[in-house]
Each structure stands twice: as structure tokens, then as C-alpha cells.
Design a protein around this ligand. Structure first.
Ligand code: 5GP
Ligand code: ZN
Length: 107
């Protein structure tokens, strides 16, 4: 997807501090962290918002995998607790229109 900052990160055209990558998902540190630990879990497939998820294209499984990546990262970093958040739409604060799950934690 042209002009999508996260697609450029996925394609290696922009730098990122990756903490996880497999064939469908990448996770990296947020450039402007809002907590001690602030990671973004991002599908490699370009989907603009949660409203664009399509269960007929396997997006239900994809979002499930994103949640499991978050769980595994939290365990690796040894977090005692954490928040998972999707911002959906401009009015809810979504700035990057390629879906991503925020993982936020104090530690
Ligand atoms: P949103 O508000 O769309 O849910 O969150 C977008 C997040 O992406 C923000 O927390 C912002 O700091 C982060 N972000 C924006 N551009 C970049 C970038 O180029 N690299 C990284 N690592 N994070 C970014
Ligand atoms: Zn994209």
C-alpha cells in the first residue's frame, strides 16, 4: 500500500526496532512511547481499520494471532500486567490507517 508508513516498515523501507516477526505479523517499539513498554503488533496485510476486517479473508484468525503475539511478548519481557488497545477511526485517535494493536505496560 503506497504512502502507508507501516507497509513501508514491513517492506524494510523505513527503520523500526522489531521485537517479533513471522510470515504474517511484525511487532516493533512505538516511536513515541506512551508507557514504559509500548509495542505495536501489526499484521503484514494492509487493513485500514478494524471496521475493514473480513472474516471471509481469514482476518478473524489474523487478529487472534496478533493477540497471541502480544501474550507471548508480555511473557518474554516478564510484564506483570498490560493493556491491549486498538484505536478505530480518527475520532478515537487513530492516526496510522493500517491496523495495529498497542501493547502498553508499566512493567
Ligand atoms: P494510532 O493512534 O494510529 O492508534 O497509533 C499510531 C502509533 O504509531 C502511535 O503511537 C505512533 O507513535 C506510532 N508511530 C507513528 N509513526 C511511527 C513510525 O514511523 N515508527 C514507529 N515505530 N511508530 C510510529
Ligand atoms: Zn499499510
Amino acid at each position: 500500500m503506497e504512502d502507508c508508513i507501516f507497509c513501508k516498515i514491513i517492506d524494510g523501507e523505513l527503520p523500526s526496532e522489531n521485537v517479533f516477526e513471522n510470515d504474517t505479523i511484525i511487532a516493533f517499539k512505538d516511536i513515541n512511547p506512551q508507557a514504559t513498554h509500548h509495542l505495536l503488533i501489526v499484521p503484514k496485510k494492509h487493513i485500514s481499520t478494524i471496521n475493514d476486517l473480513n472474516e471471509n479473508e481469514g482476518d478473524d484468525a489474523l487478529v487472534g494471532k496478533m493477540t497471541l503475539v502480544a501474550k507471548n511478548l508480555a511473557r518474554e519481557i516478564n510484564l506483570s500486567g498490560y493493556k491491549l488497545q486498538f484505536n478505530v477511526g480518527k475520532s478515537a485517535g487513530q492516526v496510522v490507517f493500517h491496523i495495529h494493536m498497542h501493547l502498553l505496560s508499566k512493567g
